[in-house]
Design a binder for this molecule. Structure first.
Ligand SMILES: C[S@@+](CC[C@H](N)C(=O)[O-])C[C@H]1O[C@@H](n2cnc3c(N)ncnc32)[C@H](O)[C@@H]1O
Length: 219
């Protein structure tokens, strides 16, 4: 997913990148290795010590700094970053009207923002209800799974950024299914509810579920 998103971004060695909602750090490692950028990996649920161990074993500890941070109270100076990326995390904190205006203050002028986030092919508001197989798995949380066009409008209308790309990931549903199947193999016991996610994806067959890849540049 990060690989596909990075095609829509202009990443150069030495750039300062914030990986927001970095989790176990796979995106941070990929960006540091592939593009030679310097990454701040910020996450709420995964401890910075755990993430730092991942970065050390991946041999990129010198290029990635892990911190604990809540997405609405980020501990950075204005214009700290060339790029902010967020993979499979923006849906938890980034859908409020006020969030993009808050976040862009941390980007330098001309800086880039890129997200990959679970998406639907149609807005829940337009359908009038969350499809049953999705509601059975995630309940109301699916109202945050907006279409790529929703994100384009939501960001463009602020006039704080210019959206450079807003698309759904090709085969997004299939990739999500493969990821969930791999997760079940590696985490027996279904601690993370992977079984329910698999049931949802198998019922969906790509009708509604995919990922949105959205990038923008600060004006
Ligand atoms: C599904 S995980 C994705 C992690 C990683 N980006 C990846 O692709 O593997 C979502 C992450 O979002 C983070 N997150 C959720 N709410 C957050 C918040 N309010 N502030 C910061 N991080 C948050 C969680 O800590 C979690 O690690």
């Amino acid at each position: 997913m990060t690989g596909r998103l990075s095609r829509d971004l202009d990443l150069k060695p030495g750039m300062r990148v914030l990986d927001l909602g970095s989790g176990m750090g796979a995106t941070s490692v990929f960006l540091a290795r592939e593009f030679g950028v310097r990454v701040t990996a910020a996450d709420l649920w995964v401890s910075p010590d755990t993430a730092a161990d991942v970065f050390a074993s991946a041999g990129v500890a010198d290029r990635i700094h892990a911190i604990k941070a809540e997405a609405h109270a980020l501990p950075f100076a204005r214009e700290s970053f060339d790029v902010i990326v967020s993979i499979d995390a923006f849906e938890y904190f980034g859908t409020a009207d006020s969030y993009l205006p808050y976040l862009v203050r941390f980007l330098k002028p001309g800086g880039q923002l890129g997200i990959a986030t679970p998406a639907m092919t149609r807005e829940v508001r337009e359908m009038g209800a969350i499809p049953e197989h999705i509601k059975a798995c995630v309940g109301w949380e699916a109202i945050a799974w907006h279409t790529a066009e929703w994100w384009r409008f939501q960001w463009d209308i602020t006039e704080l950024v210019t959206v450079t790309s807003a698309r759904v990931q090709r085969d997004g549903w299939r990739d999500w299914l493969l990821w969930a199947r791999a997760g079940r193999e590696h985490r027996p016991g279904d601690a993370d509810g992977i079984g329910e996610v698999l049931t949802m994806l198998e019922a969906d067959r790509g009708e509604y579920l995919t990922f949105a890849l959205v990038t923008a540049r600060k004006r």
